[in-house]
Design a protein around this ligand. Sequence first.
Ligand code: AMP
Length: 560
Amino acid sequence: MLSTMQDVPLTVGRILAHGSTIHGRSTVTTWDGQKAVPRSFAEVGARAAQLAHALRDELGVTGDQRVATLMWNNTEHQEAYLAIPSMGAVLHTLNLRLPPQQLAFIINHAADHTILVNSSLLPLLAPLLPQLRPTLRHIVLVGDAGDAAAAQLDGFAGTVHHYEELIADRPTSFPFPMDLDERSAAALCYTSGTTGDPKGVAYSHRSMYLHCMQVVSAESFAFTDADLILPVVPMFHVNAWGIPYAAFMVGASLLMPDRYLQPQPLATMITAERPTFSAAVPTIWTGLLGELDANPGRYDVSTLRRVVIGGSACPPSLMKAFEERHGITLIHAWGMTETSPLGSVSLPPGGLSAEEAWPYRLTQGRFPASVQVRVIGPDGTPMPHDGSSAGEIEVRGPWIAAAYYGGAGNPPELGEKFSPDGWLRTGDVGTVSEDGYLTLTDRSKDVIKSGGEWISSVELENELMAHPDVLEAAVVAVPDERWGERPLATVVLRPGAQAGFAELRAFLAGRIAHWQLPERWSVVESVPKTSVGKFDKKVIRREYAEGALDVTVLGKDTTA
Ligand code: AMP
């Protein structure tokens, strides 16, 4: 029997229409380094309509053409986020930290028709022009370009436009189609993988909409129109974890940090603008904590009610330091480009005391009803959810990718990532507890296999970062004649730190099994990072292999 219910498509256009009217007084504000410049959701909606007119009437964007953005988090980017999918085109967010050849690859692979680029990012785009396919017809400069900046595009065979001039005097409403197929692509984001070519994930209107409803729910980020949200996570990193759409859906105002992402400007911005919610990768929060600790009394970040931390494992010491020293609750979340990204969120079960809640909060969290999880053991069969049986995490749900984008005109690419029975193989290794909490121990490619046993690099890093002298620690597997692989610990020490390797090793000895203690140690100035701010372990392994690291060996005999 069929249901008797209406079949209304779930589209980004609905979010735009709702946010710009019902929540018309909420604001999007871009920080300019000194102050914030607000624009109401109503104005943002009107400007999104003007942008849609410009794209369609002047630039000739039709159907599902790809319109790319190479932009910081700012109000104009929010306008593009809303206008492009709502008119039926596909928003392609370009990761401004990708190496140039990968950036050129994804622009060509997606056959982008138009790129909106912040003027300050022109030096990234201009050198790529000779490599770009003629499918790229238009470049729209956003922000004050100046003649010298714009001159960088002199060799471009297409047309160059200026955003404000382009949208000025156009109608402030647009006939956004409300009957788009909800399964059609709304946005495209490529993985920031450090090996091979990036892979494109094409989110549908339906997946975006459902993901958005999950983001705002009480079991996830729980936004309301009383919130001011600071998305530090870039809008090119999995749609800033869904925040731009989720905020528009419920009327939560947005504070956009533009390019001011360093600890000092961030702390200044938070003190001045008083956001209640924020989200970023651990590297950002480690930097902010250092700035706050080094300058007691200078900043007030107490308005932050909740802060989501994800993208890589959150060291427990960081979570505890924010809570105890600054009264800020960090919420640990797990996800990936292929999962839109919201997967699990580490909210503890209700009714627990603060002390009882900690073990739950330190995990990667629980999955929402829409996302199923299974743990696949080394023999390819599902493992029990008992909190100790480890295996590869696989997920399935309405906002999880079923394939990669094959490029313009090509069929989607299936590959090893997608199991024949419809699950995404995440490449993450961990356990799930009986009550559904995920604990990750590693990326499958980062696991350390020592004498047939697995050592968790994440656990070693977390324990090391609990030492007061350690700012950051990254642990990788290196070849070992006797054990196959052993851990190499690279550490970044805090300024003025006294601790030597022997002390760090002794510190670890009280916290992890003896046979897991690293023998190889190296102090580094900073841990190499990927384009989205995660530890780049491939680089560390390569540096070790090339003999580029200054390594001290301690207690080698004790590993027997
Ligand atoms: P990306 O697609 O760039 O967002 O990367 C996704 C990957 O980041 C995941 O597969 C995990 O390996 C890692 N990741 C994301 N969130 C977490 C987390 N909370 N803890 C540990 N690793 C994480």
